[in-house]
Design a protein around this ligand. Sequence first.
Ligand SMILES: [Zn+2]
Length: 118
Amino acid sequence: MNRYICDSCGFSFNFSQVPSFCPKCGKEGAAARDTRKAKETARRMIAELNDEDIPVLESLHAGYIAQLAKINAKLETLRQYKKRGIVAPEEMPVVVLKSARDALKEYREQRREEKENA
Ligand SMILES: [Zn+2]
């Protein structure tokens, strides 16, 4: 089901396929996809991204990189200690990193569940 608008009379209506004529004025071939709602949604999303989401993303990314470097440095030091026999292999922290693909899949499943429960 898509929203269409008549170029001739301005009537807006839902239809499952491209309508061959306007159901109100009857003009043939006058109905075009009504993109007003999509344009409104796009403008809102652009504003949200510019005002909030992108600064948050940039900040989180910078923080993530800094934290990643800090943790990796500790792990690398521990690997060196393990090599020198200062740390036993069984003492080493276990690190299990999900692939970005799996993490994204989990995120999408969570979103789906949230939508179903809303
Ligand atoms: Zn019409």
